[in-house]
Design a protein around this ligand. Sequence first.
Ligand SMILES: NC(=O)c1ccc[n+]([C@@H]2O[C@H](COP(=O)([O-])OP(=O)(O)OC[C@H]3O[C@@H](n4cnc5c(N)ncnc54)[C@H](O)[C@@H]3O)[C@@H](O)[C@H]2O)c1
Ligand SMILES: O=C(O)C(=O)C[C@@H](O)[C@H](O)[C@H](O)COP(=O)(O)O
Ligand SMILES: [Zn+2]
Length: 372
Amino acid sequence: MTDPLTVHVPLDQGRDYDILIGRGLIAGAGARVAALGGKAAVIVSDETVASLYGDALRASLEDAGLRSGLVAVAPGEASKSYATYAAVCDGLLAHKVERGDLVVALGGGVVGDLAGFAAATLRRGVRFVQVPTSLLAQVDSSVGGKTGINSPLGKNLIGAFHQPRLVLADTATLDTLSEREMRAGYAEVAKYGLIADAGFFDWCEAHWRGIFSGGPERDEAVAICCRAKAGVVVRDEREDGERALLNLGHTFGHALERLTGYESARLVHGEGVAIGLALAFRFSARLGLCPGQDAGRVANHLALAGLPTTLQAVPGGCGDADALLDAMAQDKKVKDGALTFILARGIGQSFIAPGIETNAVRAFLQDELGAA
Ligand SMILES: NC(=O)c1ccc[n+]([C@@H]2O[C@H](COP(=O)([O-])OP(=O)(O)OC[C@H]3O[C@@H](n4cnc5c(N)ncnc54)[C@H](O)[C@@H]3O)[C@@H](O)[C@H]2O)c1
Ligand SMILES: O=C(O)C(=O)C[C@@H](O)[C@H](O)[C@H](O)COP(=O)(O)O
Ligand SMILES: [Zn+2]
């Protein structure tokens, strides 16, 4: 194993942490987790990931002198629910996780958000480590401390900010990820170029195949995204300002996830984000903010990588414009009842746009839904 890439997240009050990125990190995870202190490290995972990597991680933890355990949930977005959250908390308590112990989230963003929220609330807060195993989790969800679950009324509406103590992104785990989930994670990779780094979007257009096939581009992309996210999180941990940019594409995407009932078979988060990114750029172009050419370039690239970019692409449909507006009204960026969108003046030039007129959004959505 070559030395992992390291991205440091320099948060204050002793909450700084490292993100390590490289192949084979799970084998040596135990020593790194043990170095954080504590007697026990209990893993939360989903059944798919636990069957692939659970034994190796447990063995590594035990070899390092930690008592380990495993709480496994069903794979998929539906597990970010009140019921599964309760089951995870009770599972961790049954394993006698004490305040000084650690919760280890092994899996994709669903497991990371769920386990992180359980850790944030268990005994009023225990420390946790992220071991992300999906591309999406390695480039985005394992970093920054947003944890939570979904409500039937909207995405991630119940949650807490709770930073991990360490992130171990073993990029070899991506070798077993399905093509569909790789594509979904890639939507969040491209997002980092679209937000504020036009050069990275150019690079993505040239190198995306290497990310998918497991070339050196994969670790490089994970590190670039983590560095970008860490910078934003350190400047604005609780989303009082700049952090909202990380929500590019998500006002639309989260509404689509709610309207498809959080059914991973129909739509996963990254697919919702891909549609949302394309919509955010087309909406920006319609408002005269962004060249239509840029909106076209965004949609073309996402489509080339196999991602959906239109409302028509949602399996089983997504309802009409008013259903979408109703779902978007629960967005956490809503202020005084008005929608805030992340819009763009071009690729890599996103900005926060508060007070967007509902009628303008409705007309846009009606046109999008009517488009053949
Ligand atoms: N907290 C944040 O900042 C943040 C950021 C982005 C997304 N999210 C959340 O992340 C979630 C989506 O995460 P996701 O896309 O990782 O979905 P996921 O956790 O459901 O994982 C996707 C699927 O891939 C499987 N899988 C994961 N790793 C695997 C591996 N190495 N080999 C084989 N199969 C594997 C899982 O079992 C699952 O079926 C959403 O709930 C989203 O809201 C949170
Ligand atoms: O970390 C952030 O901040 C993000 O917005 C990253 C998003 O990719 C992620 O999906 C996040 O969970 C969305 O945040 P939310 O506050 O809209 O739930
Ligand atoms: Zn996201």
